[in-house]
Design a protein. Sequence first.
Length: 162
Amino acid sequence: MFYIFAFLTLAFGFLVIANPFSLNPVTSAMFLVLTIVALAGLFVLLHAFFLAAVQVLVYAGAVMVLFLFVIMLLNLKAEERRRLRALAVAGGMLSAGAILVLFLRSLALTPAGAGETGGLDGGTAPLGRLLYTQYLLPFEIVSLILLVAMVGVVLLSKKTLK
């Protein structure tokens, strides 16, 4: 099951960025929902049921509705959409390559068995303890990335006054 969910996550994630079926951004947003659902399946396999539920309810529900409203609000012209899409694909590929290099480097430098956590369950108490102690910096970085995304949405949707 892990390999099935991992393949679906990667395939749907690729279709979000480079969708050969349609240039419509709503289709990409729907593929993002499928990516989130496949990730929730991976969380279920890890017995992190709370995280799986949060993944589906918060991200697939609330955040994707927000993204769809923004996509429909922007209504970019076809030429601008193509230019922004090419820039987004190039930036996404560059970011994915950099993350892959960092992941492979850390995998090669980490000794076997160094990352074992010792029986954490998927409940809220161990998750909160880990999130606000050991993983506080990545948590704050994600919050800043979301803040930058929201500012970008506001700037893109702002109409120019003449």
